[in-house]
Design a protein around this ligand. Structure first.
Ligand SMILES: Cc1cc2nc3c(=O)[nH]c(=O)nc-3n(C[C@H](O)[C@H](O)[C@H](O)COP(=O)(O)OP(=O)(O)OC[C@H]3O[C@@H](n4cnc5c(N)ncnc54)[C@H](O)[C@@H]3O)c2cc1C
Length: 289
């Protein structure tokens, strides 16, 4: 028994290093100004996929990421850790997408991939922090969804059994396949890069990256077609451009404020309701909460 698994993975700005030029005037993220990383919980999702691949020979793990050209790095990172391939969904028309437009574009790409048993993604991205995309993709594709997964306990061609980590403890649930499962950061950490995989895929590139490169890769890619990273545009996935990017996004990020707590801001509180009320009013007033 083998499975076709898609892992949704996002390249996110390393929000631990947010500087003053992090946001553009139109409220969208200035991704060029921030170091980009593999969204942490997407690495947990990738690990769950790779564990199923270890258990069920013939299982394939395919990454899908939507982002600017440099997001191809996410696919290479996944290949270095054991994935089999990936698609980069990239087009200027996808820029500025909110979760509705993002999940629409991803669902169109998944329709184009067509064959899959399971879609794994992170519970949440560390930049938008909405945890909406996973459930929205499931909705758009009419699939079952299980969120807050900590471990995949069992799978067969019809059903998947998942251990969920919730605030109030754990839950073991079953869902019909194909399904979308969002994975928590409390799940097992992702295995590191595998030296052989790095050797095999270090030259993997998208068409755009090859065009931008000084080196002529024609022969190398002819001999090793697996180095070809697929790049898909709005047209390639048959998406309606009006539902993509800023035009497809009812949510507009108005402003981002970098809240950095200074030592001088802590103060002792009397253990009274009035004092707590006073503090709450103050925190709301200065937009801390
Ligand atoms: C500070 C900030 C606040 C924002 N607030 C909102 C908001 O309130 N509402 C809103 O609609 N948009 C918001 N956005 C825009 C939002 O970040 C983008 O729409 C984003 O593409 C998806 O939302 P998210 O980052 O919250 O992802 P989440 O919904 O938290 O992501 C969950 C999972 O979905 C998958 N996923 C998400 N994006 C991608 C991708 N591009 N490629 C592949 N997989 C992906 C990943 O597996 C990820 O772990 C905000 C952006 C920023 C920077």
């Amino acid at each position: 028994m083998s499975y076709k698994i898609i892992v949704l993975a996002k390249q996110v700005p390393d929000t631990r290093n947010v500087g003053k030029d992090a946001m553009k005037a139109d409220g969208t993220v200035n991704r060029a100004a921030l170091p980009a990383i593999f969204n942490p919980e997407d690495l947990n999702a990738l690990e769950q996929a790779l564990r199923l691949k270890d258990l069920y020979p013939g299982t394939t793990v395919t990454l899908l990421t939507m982002g600017p050209g440099r997001a191809a790095e996410i696919i290479r990172e996944g290949l270095y850790r054991g994935a089999d391939g990936g698609y980069l969904l990239t087009d200027r028309a996808f820029a500025g997408a909110d979760t509705l437009a993002t999940s629409y574009a991803l669902s169109m790409a998944i329709r184009k991939i067509k064959e899959y048993d399971l879609i794994l993604c992170g519970r949440q991205a560390i930049d938008g922090d909405t945890a909406q995309v996973g459930p929205q993709v499931a909705e758009k594709l009419g699939l079952s969804q299980v969120t807050y997964a900590e471990e995949i306990r069992g799978i067969n061609k019809e059903r998947i059994t998942v251990k969920r980590r919730l605030e109030r403890g754990i839950e073991i649930v079953e869902a019909a396949l194909p399904a979308v499962v969002t994975v928590n950061g409390s799940a097992a950490p992702c295995r590191p890069r595998h030296a052989k995989q790095v050797q095999k895929y270090k030259h993997a590139k998208t068409v755009t990256e090859k065009q931008d490169a000084d080196t002529d890769y024609t022969q190398l890619f002819h001999n090793r077609p697996y180095l070809d990273l697929q790049e898909w545009s709005v047209a390639d996935v048959g998406a309606d451009v009006v539902q993509c990017g800023l035009s497809g996004s009812p949510t507009k990020v108005k402003k981002i404020e970098n809240v950095v707590f200074q030592a001088k801001e802590n103060k002792a509180l009397k253990p009274t309701d009035e004092a707590i009320d006073e503090l709450m009013r103050e925190l709301i007033h200065n937009h801390t909460i």
